[in-house]
Write a protein that binds this ligand. Structure first.
Ligand SMILES: O=C(O)C1=C[C@@H](OP(=O)(O)O)[C@@H](O)[C@H](O)C1
Ligand SMILES: C=C(OP(=O)(O)O)C(=O)O
Length: 430
């Protein structure tokens, strides 16, 4: 497809789609709890549909009315053996979290996905789940999908220090821990604090969990109760408009109902550090959401590393673009996890931006970006990665000459199906 270039400014108000991480978890908790769960604001993207279809295949009744869904949960024991292998599409989150649920069920199951998912390492969940007694087999020593999970095991507690900072691994182990014996207590220690939506939702569904810094204790044998869940907009989707609003001249964008859970707001800290203007208004403390207003700003480079990384991990491709427009150098470190996302995002982001004329160098665990570079038109392949496709479309807005084009834009359906409609809306109001 042809991408819009030479933007004269992005202006207007948007509500980005529901948070992907919270959407997955609302279906999972709704399915393993007892009674009805009503979810409002769910993301209608392909990744979430993969999760929904998996639970339907296990006999859970899920009714959809647009962005509202209802789930009839019958507890862990209400899940039935799926008749065929479960298709997880492109979704790492679905695969890893559902594995934690399936590991403790009495039936056999199999999970598979697309070409990108088939390269994502599952040993990070398979190893600790095996320590809990689970029987899981993947391909090669990295346990790549398809994953075969055998039923009829009794899971037991572990005391486990996570070797990677990963909310997906933590969440898979929490779901497994819930299925251990009543007297068992699983202890997890995070490498860095990661998004805490699973912990928050467990408490919302009447479960027990004790959290102290990076230490988490989960008692076994828990029974959860269905709830009403209100999902805020996804800050990882809002990130594309935050960056576009900062770097496209003459822009002012209002983003309503964006989730601002502190484990997810690393991008706001980085923008502030770089001198960008983003104002939070109408903060709703109970729902962890706010309206964000962004305006075109003069930016300076910064360093992004350490505990900040898990708080903005999915935003790094679009932050790399932001850095190309800032004065001075931006250094991203400790982000080696980017290499095992939908693509190797260090390699794909640096190639894409280098092809557009940016001064960006990959490192083993990040990127070094020298800013204030004009960007040229090029032909881009999203390589099956939604965040790469969306970053390319925002980069195109800065191109002043020539035609920018994108193939593989269908990947964007995984997290933001209305992305190009929203882009047209903001870009046409000048
Ligand atoms: O738990 C989640 O919902 C997610 C956790 C992160 O992955 P990791 O846990 O692998 O870092 C993130 O990249 C992914 O998009 C969603
Ligand atoms: C990494 C991502 O998702 P997942 O791991 O669920 O495929 C993402 O959405 O950027």
């Amino acid at each position: 497809m042809k991408l819009e270039t030479k933007s004269q400014g992005l202006r207007g108000t948007l509500k980005v789609p529901g948070d992907k991480s919270i959407s997955h978890r609302s279906i999972m908790f709704g399915s393993i709890a007892h009674g009805k769960t009503e979810v409002e604001g769910i993301l209608q993207g392909e990744d979430v549909i993969s999760t929904m279809n998996a639970f339907r295949a296990m006999g859970v009744q899920i009714q959809e009315h647009g962005s509202r869904i209802t789930i009839e949960g019958k507890g862990f024991s209400g899940l039935k053996a799926p008749k065929k292998a479960l298709d997880m599409g492109n979704s790492g989150t679905s695969t890893r979290l559902i594995s934690g649920i399936l590991a403790g069920r009495p039936f056999d199951s199999e999970l598979f996905g697309d070409a990108s998912l088939s390269k994502r390492p599952m040993d990070r969940i398979a190893k600790p789940l095996r320590l809990m007694g689970a029987k899981i087999a993947g391909e090669t020593d990295r346990d790549l999908p398809p994953l075969k999970i055998s039923g009829n095991v009794m899971l037991h507690e572990i005391d486990y220090k996570l070797p990677v900072a990963s909310a997906q691994v933590k969440s898979a182990l929490i779901f497994a821990a819930l299925q251990t014996d009543k007297k068992a207590v699983t202890r997890l220690v995070e490498k860095e604090k990661t998004r805490d939506h699973t912990e928050e939702m467990l408490v919302q569904f009447g479960g027990q969990i004790a959290i102290s810094g990076k230490n988490i204790l989960i008692p076994g044998g828990q029974k959860l109760q269905g709830q009403k869940v209100l999902i805020p907009g996804d800050i990882s989707s809002a990130a594309f408009w935050l960056v576009a609003g900062l770097v496209v001249p003459n822009s002012e964008i209002e983003l309503r109902n964006v989730g601002v859970n502190v484990t997810r707001t690393g991008i706001l800290d980085v923008i502030e550090e770089m001198g960008g203007q983003v104002v939070r208004i109408h903060e709703d403390e109970t729902n962890h959401s706010a309206t964000l207003v962004v305006r075109t700003s003069a930016l300076v480079g910064t360093e992004i590393s350490g505990e900040l990384i898990p708080r903005l991990i999915d935003e790094l491709p679009i932050i790399a673009l932001l850095a190309t427009q800032a004065a001075g150098e931006t250094i991203i470190r400790d982000a080696e996890e980017l290499r095992v996302k939908e693509t190797d995002r260090i390699s794909v982001v640096t190639h894409l931006l280098q092809n557009m004329g940016a001064e960006i160098t990959p490192t083993s665990d990040g990127m070094i970006i020298r800013g204030k570079t004009p960007l040229h038109a090029t032909h881009v392949d999203a390589c099956g990665d939604h965040r790469i496709g969306m970053m390319a479309a925002i980069a195109a807005l800065l191109v002043q000459e020539g035609q920018m084009s994108l193939v593989g834009e269908e990947a964007i359906q995984t997290s933001y199906p209305s992305f190009f409609d929203d882009l047209r809306l903001l870009n046409s109001s000048n």
